[in-house]
Design a protein around this ligand. Structure first.
Ligand SMILES: C[S@@+](CC[C@H](N)C(=O)[O-])C[C@H]1O[C@@H](n2cnc3c(N)ncnc32)[C@H](O)[C@@H]1O
Length: 365
């Protein structure tokens, strides 16, 4: 497999291969990567209360979007299960768009087990981005899983990371950045620097292109949840190694070029660039909030209290611990953000819009 890189390959293409190559890519491994037995735990895998609260938050918006949902990167199907639990009566069609097509049987089995075989009538799997997105667009931890371009600031010049198979292993090759990329990096350093010599970070060109395409095609509402921060924090001089990270068996590290296809690669989201992208395509920001504040304001604790398991001697303790992880500022509560925008549909007067007014942090973007 390393022979694929006998020629120098730009890092974003290497990352695409490592994650999404149908044969060798990380996501081709299917369900085994998710959850406690896998490599990482996402919010839906941690607690069904996450998706149930999201479903509740969307209830008044769904009828304005014809009851249609498009979930991108649906993982094991857990989020779909939980959203359907609290908003299923308002959902006419639940579309799953995933670059990992191999996850479909896993998602379908999970959805049928929880909601019965009848749920299939509402479900559709789409191999590519539809030309019109009339509905609610959702994605949890999708933007961070998009290939990024990596740069280094050296001798007052931007270099770009390429990868090459040399002497039996993959090695970094740093080449002068092409003119357009050099201009972008130089602008970031002029705005957020001066950066120390050898400063490294990344630019998520592909996820920005994705946000633009989605917004161009949107006639509804988009809500994305992910870890990341605003641009000044992203490119702060002290973050000198960037945000790229490899994860395997719940351990994050920076050996990005080993175990190709057997470890996850992700980068934090620059939410300021998401904001710039969506507004440049006619999208209107509904709000930007910390995950913990968003879930609390939409009644996650009230939902939890209704679950009889909460008081179970052992399962109750685990449920409370997972809830804490979702909400706590020192954990996912603050590291994860919710960004929401609309186009062609007005969310005014709905609890979703009101919570965003109350908890809005878009001034940071
Ligand atoms: C980290 S997983 C998150 C899975 C799930 N949302 C969860 O929270 O458990 C990222 C998922 O996003 C998918 N993905 C990445 N880029 C995508 C894109 N452009 N369109 C659709 N799915 C994408 C990947 O295939 C993968 O299933």
């Amino acid at each position: 497999m390393l022979s694929n890189f006998n020629e120098a390959t730009r890092f974003d293409e290497f990352m695409r291969f490592a994650l999404y190559d149908p044969k060798h890519g990380y996501y081709a491994r299917g369900e085994q990567i998710f959850g406690r037995e896998g490599d990482f735990i996402t919010a839906p895998e941690l607690s069904p209360l996450f998706g149930q609260t999201l479903g509740k938050a969307l209830r008044e918006v769904l009828p304005r979007c014809d009851g249609v949902v498009y979930e991108f990167g649906a993982g094991t199907g857990q989020l779909a299960c939980d959203i359907l639990q609290t908003a299923g009566d308002l959902i006419t069609q639940y579309n799953i768009v995933d670059v990992s097509a191999g996850l479909k049987p896993i998602q379908l089995a999970k959805l049928k087990a929880l909601h019965g075989p009848g749920v299939e009538q509402k479900l559709r799997w789409l191999g590519e981005l539809p030309t019109e997105l009339r509905g609610v667009v959702l994605g949890n931890e999708v933007l961070d899983a998009t290939p990024v371009r990596r740069f280094k600031w050296q001798n007052n010049n931007p270099l770009e990371a390429w990868v090459q198979h040399l002497n039996g292993e993959l090695q970094w090759v740093w080449k002068p950045a092409d003119p357009a990329f050099a201009t972008t990096v130089s602008h970031l350093q002029a705005t957020h620097g001066p950066w120390p010599e050898g400063y490294e970070s990344e630019i998520a060109e592909q996820s920005i292109a994705w946000v633009k395409t989605v917004t161009e095609r949107l006639n509804g509402l988009a809500l994305m949840i992910d870890y990341g921060f605003h641009e000044a924090m992203y490119y702060h001089p002290t973050r000198s190694k960037g945000t790229l990270r490899a994860t395997s068996r719940h351990t994050a590290h920076d050996d990005f070029l080993v175990k190709v296809g057997n470890q996850d690669l992700t980068a934090h989201v620059n939410f300021s660039s998401v904001y710039d992208a969506l507004t440049s395509c006619g999208g209107e920001l509904e709000g930007y909030a910390h995950q913990g504040e968003f879930l609390l304001a939409h009644g996650i604790l009230e939902l939890a209290q209704k679950q009889t398991e909460l008081t179970h001697p052992t399962r109750g303790a685990l449920m409370r611990q997972n809830l804490n992880t979702l909400l706590n500022e020192a954990d996912m509560g603050e590291a994860f953000k919710v960004i929401c925008w609309s186009k062609g549909v007005n969310a005014e007067g709905t609890p979703l819009a009101e919570v965003f007014v109350d908890k809005d942090r878009s001034g940071e973007l």
